[in-house]
Ligand binder design. Structure first.
Ligand SMILES: Cc1cc2nc3c(=O)[nH]c(=O)nc-3n(C[C@H](O)[C@H](O)[C@H](O)COP(=O)(O)OP(=O)(O)OC[C@H]3O[C@@H](n4cnc5c(N)ncnc54)[C@H](O)[C@@H]3O)c2cc1C
Length: 375
């Protein structure tokens, strides 16, 4: 996009903005990250951290390829952070199990993923006995399921903290408590951002403000193309953990952490930017959790929280150049922002530094957000 960019202003210090900043700094670019709060403190540290490249895939194609590659990049990122700053991001490849309660649900699940088996991707169909062997803590009554051994998980709070630390050490400047109001365009080119502390200039601007991206004037063609989708989560503590890997069932999911915690999620609600958890939301999450693994009924509730996924109507992220020179969008990752962060950061770095990316990102073009999105 620019070829000779020297200073990049990134709006938003979540996992997308911070990892992009790290990749740009490693490429020799001077980077300033603005965050109206603290870097990493919003959706990126609230997430469950499932790297569900295969289990959440909707079909073959460019989007699947990006998710698949990003999952592989996560293993490298975890090693990189351990080596660079000694942070353990909690990356674990323990697999994801999807368990079906009825024959109809199982048939639909298996049909939806048939293309993966045809491509010889690692996925196994399990009968009721196979499910219980894989996860002995599962409730009785699940009939069949799918096992994705290569899907993984991270601890997102630790991961994003590590990324921010590594980026700061690589020379990225973070400014917390600064809100970007609008993109400054001069001579048809993005020249920086107007903030509550005045104009901050740059040769390129990257919008990575998560669910708030549409509130930055001039960032998105249609400000409503990214909306907040609240998700509520419960953290349970058990000892020993009744789970070996991630389980999706009863419309919820369970993510075991190495230290015995189990993350149970989640709701999907359109309530604007209203923060907090609700009795209904937490009841729904806990009901799915205990119907999936009954022994979790004995677990202690350690914490509950919520945050906002950056939702787009077609549930595809907006990543790529806008129709204004020097303006790159990296937002709208909805339920998969942790998974897609490594590949997104690489794409944005290449767009900014080289002016192009080797990856197929046509489907992610932010230019589609100038018109109403089709579901
Ligand atoms: C409950 C829940 C569970 C999830 N589980 C998973 C999962 O298992 N796997 C997965 O891959 N994804 C998951 N996600 C999705 C994932 O968390 C998001 O897609 C991802 O964190 C988005 O990252 P981001 O950097 O774009 O946004 P954020 O982390 O929200 O960061 C945006 C940052 O921009 C800052 N900002 C906003 N506006 C401005 C402004 N005007 N000026 C300056 N700064 C600004 C904010 O302060 C914030 O720090 C989950 C999300 C939720 C809520």
């Amino acid at each position: 996009m620019t070829g000779r960019t020297t200073r990049v202003v990134i709006v938003g210090g979540g996992i997308i903005g911070s990892l992009t900043a790290l990749r740009l700094a490693d490429a020799g670019v001077d980077v300033l990250v603005l965050d109206r709060g603290a870097p990493g403190a919003e959706a990126s540290s609230a997430a469950a951290g499932i790297l569900a490249a295969q289990s959440e895939a909707t079909g073959p194609g460019a989007l699947f390829d990006l998710a698949f590659d990003s999952r592989a990049l996560h293993a490298e990122l975890a090693d990189e952070l351990r080596g660079r700053i000694g942070v353990d991001a909690g990356f674990e490849r323990r697999g994801v199990l999807e368990a079906a309660r009825t024959e109809a649900e199982a048939d639909a699940l298996i049909a939806k993923n048939a293309w993966q088996r045809e491509r010889a991707l690692p996925v196994e169909v399990l009968d009721a006995r196979g499910l219980r062997q894989r996860e002995p803590g599962l409730a009785a009554g699940f009939v069949r399921g799918l096992w994705f051994p290569d899907d993984a998980a991270v601890d997102p709070a630790r991961l994003v903290t590590g990324i921010v630390q590594a980026a700061a050490r690589a020379g990225v400047q973070f400014r917390s408590g600064v809100t970007a109001r609008r993109v400054t365009v001069r001579g048809g080119r993005a020249r920086g951002v107007e903030t509550d502390e005045g104009l901050l200039e740059g040769d390129a601007v990257v919008i990575a403000a998560g669910a708030w991206s549409g509130l930055v004037d001039g960032a998105l063609g249609d400000p409503a193309s990214v909306r907040p989708a609240r998700g509520q989560i419960v953290e349970l503590t058990t000892c020993p953990s009744p789970l070996r890997g991630v389980v999706f069932a009863h419309g919820g999911y369970l993510v075991p952490r190495a230290d015995g915690r189990v993350i149970a999620g989640s709701t999907l609600e359109f309530v604007g930017y209203r923060r907090g958890v609700t009795a209904d939301g937490i009841a729904k999450v806990l009901s799915a959790a205990t119907r999936t693994v009954p022994s979790l009924g004995e677990a202690a509730i350690a914490r509950t929280w919520s945050n906002f996924r950056p939702y787009t109507d077609d549930r595809v992220a907006l990543v790529g150049p806008r129709d204004i020179e020097g303006l790159v969008i990296a937002t709208g990752h909805h339920r998969s922002g942790i998974l897609l962060a490594p590949v997104t950061a690489e794409i944005v770095r290449d767009l900014v530094v080289r002016g192009h990316t080797r990856r197929a990102i046509g489907a992610l073009s932010p230019l589609r957000a100038t018109a109403p999105l089709t579901p």
